[in-house]
Design a binder for this molecule. Structure first.
Ligand SMILES: [Zn+2]
Ligand SMILES: [Zn+2]
Length: 343
């Protein structure tokens, strides 16, 4: 049989390797605040550039939580006691929001294929007729588990709203403490990613991986709905990042930002595309290569790009051929070690 060529050129002129993978050639992007704290110029550019810390995603989340808080959240006096009416309103709000948010990404990239495979890491589209997935369909499987996730998101959120309404939680607002209010909002993404790294390492522990996290990793080729396609135990751990508001003085808007980014962020980080391309020229860098490589290789890149724990603990795969070689060696040694242990 003829050997597959080492590389191919796709319809967009992009070079793809034997497995059909495309790489941008840029190393995995680590946000400079913690990765390179003396690089003041780089940090300023990252903070105020586009895309940067504030634009577009932080700003978009502020808009989404602002609208949700003002128009689609029950009043605090109704939430003092647990009752089905307001709990169902929050569940409905989150389910609708998840559908709209993930739906936009899914439609753009996968249904309408607005940019074809341009800047797409993996050559393939979502899997169909594949018994690995529920309903033999990757998208339907991913949607099912994502909606389960929305229930955990809502459960945590309702619990915290109930506690806020009863004055059980440490509370601040903008007028009493404007500096902490703004700082805490900016710290939410860092806390989330620190928490995610910790629980992610935990569920890669073999007994938990085999029973829980395997479900997320069925998705080697990821799409927006894959992000929250998790086992319910993983949902329970994943959304527990919002419990920080039980101990840290915050406003419900901080809690909403934390919960919303946890619920909606995975669609962005699992888009499978390096850039969002509009028309022929304009594009916005998406830089989700780090987590894509986690799905590809499993034992690398447990965290996200703003808290460089992977770099500090030696699990960062930066996407380069050198990293490939290094982790192939690490893997080989691990397998040899297991064989020695077994003999
Ligand atoms: Zn993932
Ligand atoms: Zn994982």
């Amino acid at each position: 049989m003829a050997k597959k060529p080492k590389t191919t050129i796709d319809e967009h002129g992009q070079t793809r390797d034997r497995r059909g993978e495309w790489r941008s050639g840029r190393p995995v992007y680590l946000e400079p605040l913690l990765n390179d704290p003396l690089n003041v110029k780089g940090i300023a550019k990252w903070l105020f550039g586009f895309p940067g810390f504030f634009a577009p995603w932080f700003a978009i989340y502020m808009l989404v939580i602002g609208i949700s808080y003002a128009f689609f959240t029950p009043s605090l006096d109704r939430m003092g006691s647990l009752s089905a009416d307001w709990i169902l309103e929050i569940i409905a709000r989150n389910v609708i929001l998840l559908t709209l948010w993930n739906g936009v990404f899914h439609l753009w990239f996968y249904r309408w294929r607005k940019q074809g495979r341009q800047k797409k890491y993996n050559a393939n589209w979502m899997s169909k007729n594949n018994p690995t997935f529920l309903f033999k369909d990757q998208v339907w499987d991913n949607m099912f588990w994502s909606y389960c996730g929305a229930l955990f998101w809502s459960a945590y959120e309702c619990g915290l709203w109930w506690a806020y309404a009863n004055d059980w939680l440490p509370y601040i607002d903008f007028s009493s403490n404007p500096v902490w209010f703004c700082l805490a909002m900016a710290l939410v993404p860092f806390w989330r990613n620190f928490h995610f790294y910790c629980i992610h390492r935990l569920i890669h522990w073999k007994p938990l991986y085999d029973r829980v996290h395997y479900l997320h990793h069925k998705n080697v080729n990821v799409g927006p709905w894959s992000g929250m396609a998790m086992h319910p135990v993983e949902h329970l751990l994943y959304f527990s990042c919002v419990l920080i508001h039980v101990v840290v003085p915050s406003h419900p808007l901080h809690m909403m930002f934390n919960a919303f980014q946890t619920g909606l962020g995975p669609a962005v980080s699992h888009s499978g595309f390096d850039e969002i391309v509009f028309g022929d020229e304009k594009s916005v860098r998406n830089d989700r290569y780090m987590h894509y490589l986690h799905h590809r290789y499993h034992n690398v890149n447990f965290g996200e790009s703003n808290v460089p724990l992977d770099k500090w603990f030696g699990s960062l795969h930066d996407g380069s051929p050198e990293s490939d070689l290094h982790f192939r060696e690490v893997h080989k040694k691990r397998v040899q070690g297991q064989q020695v242990d077994a003999s």
